[in-house]
Design a protein around this ligand. Sequence first.
Ligand code: AMP
Length: 585
Amino acid sequence: MEYKKLVAVYERLESTSKRLEKTHILSEFLKTTQDEKVLLLVQGRVFPNWDQRELGMASKLLLKAISVASGASMEHIDKVWKETGDLGEAASQLVGKKSQVTLFSRELSCAKVFDNLRKIADLEGEGTVDRKSQLIAELLSSAKGMEAKYIIRTVLQEMRIGLGEGTLRDSIVWAFFGQECKAGYNQEKNILEIEDQEKYDASAQLVQDALDMLNDFVEVASLARRGREALENISLIPLRPVKVMLYQKAKNIADGFEMVGTPAALEFKYDGFRLQIHKKDKKIVLYTRRLEDVTAQFPDVVAVITKRVRGEEFIIDAEAVGIDKFTGKYRPFQDISQRIKRKYDIVEIADKFPVEVVIFDALFVEKSLLQTQFLERRKLLESMIEQEQGVLTLAKEVLCSNQSEAEEFYGKSLEQGNEGIMMKNLQAIYKPGSRVGFGVKVKPTMDTLEVVIVGAEWGEGKRGQWLASFIIAVRDKDTGELKEIGRVGTGIKEKAKEGMSFGQLTEMLRPNIIEENGREVRVKPSIVIEVNYEEIQSSPTYSSGFALRFPRFVRLRDDRNVEDINTVDDIVSMASSQRGRDEKV
Ligand code: AMP
């Protein structure tokens, strides 16, 4: 196809801001062309979403290519670029002006643009930079003004034609299923008129499911062109990333049970980063939640998977969690996050910041498991994994229907430094790409409170020489009185090198003890700390009238005075803004 035909479509797309009109333009275009590659080009891409190759062209190189193709100096191009604020626009003005252009130019085809851009991504080694710029200059030399504009924009992946993935998906639905659902775009009213809504919705879902699985608009469009059956028969392909299933947030455990049913699988929610682990033909590939290939950064994970996960072909879901090899304790995500983008000293950094691979789901094991119930998927995982604490484990799980058992599990998870818990429906299938309520997360809010310590209790057992549970209070704004709101022990460490420790807090509070009563002490209020919590509840136990559920120490606020801490009024307003929980306060 001639590139100018695609450019005409770009221009029409750019000229309207109406999403439905854009969908219409694109779907009509899809019907007229057999070449689905245009679905990549309209996104400013030459590779599908799952393909990691990139063009890697700096603007400077593009300036050079424009200069070669137009004869204009780099300074001049730079000036026009600044004036227009759009390098594509600048190219269209300059390239169009070159007088002898017609002598050399051939009609540009989409295939030529596509091929040259793909070649750019595959170039490696010496002379790459010049070669890249030549490939663009070659295209620009055959381009008319408007064509130049979109070539540049494609290279920069900034099409500015306002096409989101939703519009692309709908355009496939309209193009290939519009007729059978009797759906038609009414331009005057800017609406889509549909006679068979049910069929339309089912078609849209089918296309969306295929996109979530294959991550490839071109492939999905060509399947859709062949009909419904072609789309229905697709499966996952190991080594090709699949959109991960996401989880909704439950307000609390009771809400969680309501959302996922009972009994539910409760799991620790580990504070690491997600890895989608693929294996096929003895090759292991690791993708992040955003489907970036991070295999090279995690040779340790590849080795562990090779050794400890049986199976020829699989796709499994895991969380990589930082771990302290000496204490066996988890480290917060921030500690290991630098590994994700690391390009050098990979082995050293892997030694310094080891991770435990915690596996929690399977999408494919020798065959697709998307339609298999969670309970079965988990059982399968159990049978194929050789666990070793600190290296590779299955997410800690209990089956549970009971609120108090669930709360205990939640407390235990927080205590061990995890983020919260996941609650999962046992019968649920795996749905790539969606935030369906098949699993929900329960974790303390990100809101924090600044509170003062007014009392504490000596610990027991190995914590016997420390104050281990701290009574915290907020202020009454009017009277200045301190009002208790709960007790916190979670988040404080046993060893000082892991963060604020019980020993350190005890020594800070010891001189402030004003009263001892059995194991409990009262202290002069001076130590301000920041805590987070899962929920604020009304409570007759504490003098503020409220209690924090699952409060967790975040850090010491030695930059704050007691006068600066949160007030009872703050608590009242925070409690009432807890969505849907007003009845509790
Ligand atoms: P969020 O990032 O807050 O939406 O929480 C969901 C994320 O928690 C997932 O994408 C995983 O990376 C992570 N996670 C940690 N532990 C689990 C688990 N047991 N099951 C599912 N996801 C988990």
